[in-house]
Design a protein around this ligand. Sequence first.
Ligand code: ATP
Ligand code: MG
Length: 290
Amino acid sequence: MSSTPTSGSTETATAKAAETGRLTARELTLAYEDRTVVDSLDLDIPDGRVTVIVGPNACGKSTTLRALGRLLKPRGGAVLLDGTELSKIPTRRIAQSIGLLPQTPVAPEAITVSDLVARGRQPHQHWWQQWSDEDERAMTDAMERTDVSALGDRSVDELSGGQRQRVWIAMALAQETDLLLLDEPTTYLDIAHQVEVLDLVRRLTAPAADGTRGRTVVTVLHDLNQAARYADHLVAMKAGRIVAEGRPDDIVTADLVREVFGLEAVIVPDPVTGSPLVVPGAPWQATPAP
Ligand SMILES: Nc1ncnc2c1ncn2[C@@H]1O[C@H](COP(=O)(O)OP(=O)(O)OP(=O)(O)O)[C@@H](O)[C@H]1O
Ligand SMILES: [Mg+2]
């Protein structure tokens, strides 16, 4: 691996190697024209888990996510799905396996909420059957889970930022893919809806009653405390490289926050979950009296 493991990640790396997931990146290099943004990145996404990517603005999180969803072609290396390079898999098969919610999706003008969510079903449709009961069920389910059922006939253009974000999440859910890539899904959401969406993400990865593995989610989040709460696997990026990855308990330290964000912080246990809580600011020191 090209990344520099931080404390505790050697063990994690060993455990991880034993359970290589369906989606992996190998020596992935991503560039826009002549500017390399992600450099020789190796990443294994654990199946049936929530992987959260964190890192400062412009470090390459969205670029990486877009490459994992084949929206961006690698300059070097590859993204593999079940061991096959994405570039060698038919688009339709990828769309049936991987759903991607970009950071700033653009809706067709004047489209209604129902029509936009219905587009999530396109990879499952055939020329002989445009819309099935299964499509209807998936769409209704996705809209209920994201609390947008009442908005069905509204135009997406006229929604609030948070409503629109939930509609996009509904569209991604309606696709019912095993792998779901979400770029900052909580942007614009009030705190209750943020928690709702992240709880939903958690539930998606839970195994079914019959033991079937849950879905695999990779999401970019900016809130380190939410990331530490919800991630099974946390990936910290800086300047196009992975600085640390592993369980939040193992990798979220004051040193890591300083290294990745250049921020002094104190790490305390989250009073609700016990996960690491990042409190910005150096430990308080008394200023000497004048
Ligand atoms: N379409 C593009 N064309 C050229 N450069 C781009 C393009 N998209 C992103 N970049 C550049 O690539 C770098 C990484 O961008 P990226 O969007 O991956 O960052 P990010 O980590 O997602 O940041 P943020 O937290 O702000 O969303 C940035 O310097 C950005 O300016
Ligand atoms: Mg981004």
